[in-house]
Design a protein around this ligand. Structure first.
Ligand code: GRG
Length: 289
């Protein structure tokens, strides 16, 4: 990718946005959880703060910037997506799923507070994400469309399907490449795609442009997961896990990453003011952790 702007400034903007989002999320949540017993509040806050990279909400804001939608307007759906993402990680770490003891450099929620609490905190975050959306002060048609999209990708047309496929035997889907694509698309890409579709809806894009945005979102989502597979593979984590480098080998995987990045950059020509967005895409493609 070619960069004609100062990456340092873009990184500062990214860090500012992450801080802005995290602070505002904590404030927003307080009205929903303040009356809970201290122990329960502690578990919720532990699972969300300081949090991870916050790449999904920031991608949503950067996409909004491209379309002339202020990030304030997108704060509620961005929070909703971040809660769903965090719920999925809490459940993914459970002994019955990936059985991971650590997440983001600290004990996984089930290790810190016990398995039953981790299941319940995950369930609570998932339902809270929809409560937030239902309280979003936006055109009711856009709110309704967003709830419809988000509920689909959180369930059997997205995360849950991806996780079911991931836990199942890959012989379910005879073709190995097709199987790994489906896992990646459902487990990761669809949630990221929605992060672009929501600003598109708020900006009232016409269907053709919304479709292009969806395609970019899908490719960024695939790019994110394939890069994640590559990082895990190189660091020899999850050695037995089926992943892109296992199927396409290292060179093949790097080529897929390169091609996806180039295709995204090319399609971005349909949008103006895409500097920050492009910076994030590049950050995803080149990340090492
Ligand atoms: C429905 C329980 C359930 C799970 C759905 C999303 C998912 C399937 C499982 C989560 C585990 C996982 C490896 C998902 C793939 C997407 C991914 C790489 C998640 C990690 O996202 P980051 O790197 O996390 O954005 P941070 O910590 O930065 O927020």
């Amino acid at each position: 990718m070619n960069f004609h702007f100062n990456n340092g400034d873009m990184e500062k903007k990214f860090i500012r946005d992450v801080r802005w989002f995290s602070k505002k999320l904590k404030e927003e949540l307080s009205s929903y959880i303040n009356s809970l017993p201290k122990k329960f509040k502690e578990m919720i806050l532990y699972s969300l703060f300081p949090g991870g990279k916050r790449i999904r909400p920031i991608l949503m804001f950067a996409c909004g910037e491209m379309l002339g939608v202020d990030k304030e307007k997108l704060f509620i759906p961005a929070s909703s997506i971040e809660l769903i993402h965090n719920y999925s990680l809490i459940h993914d770490d459970l002994p019955s799923m990936d059985n991971d003891d650590y997440r983001r450099g600290k004990l996984a929620v089930h290790k810190k507070f016990g398995e039953a609490n981790a299941i319940l905190i995950g369930d609570g975050l998932l339902t809270l994400s929809f409560e937030l959306l239902s309280n979003w002060r936006e055109d009711p048609k856009i709110v309704n469309k967003t709830i419809n999209l988000v509920s689909k990708i959180a369930g059997f047309d997205g995360l849950v399907l991806g996780q079911l496929l991931d836990l199942a035997d890959y012989s379910l889907e005879k073709n190995l490449k097709r199987y790994i694509y489906k896992v990646c698309e459902n487990k990761t890409a669809k949630l990221i795609k929605v992060c672009l579709l929501i600003p598109g809806l708020v900006a009232r894009l016409r269907n053709e442009k919304l479709k292009i945005l969806g395609e970019i979102g899908h490719k960024i989502g695939m790019l994110f997961q394939i890069t994640d597979d590559l990082i895990d593979y190189i660091s020899e984590q999850n050695k037995n896990k089926l992943c892109y480098p296992k199927v396409y080998l290292l060179d093949g995987t790097k080529k897929i990453i390169k091609n996806l990045s180039a295709e995204i950059e090319k399609t971005l020509k349909y949008f103006s003011n895409s500097k920050y967005f492009l910076y994030l895409v590049n950050k995803i493609a080149q990340r090492t952790n």
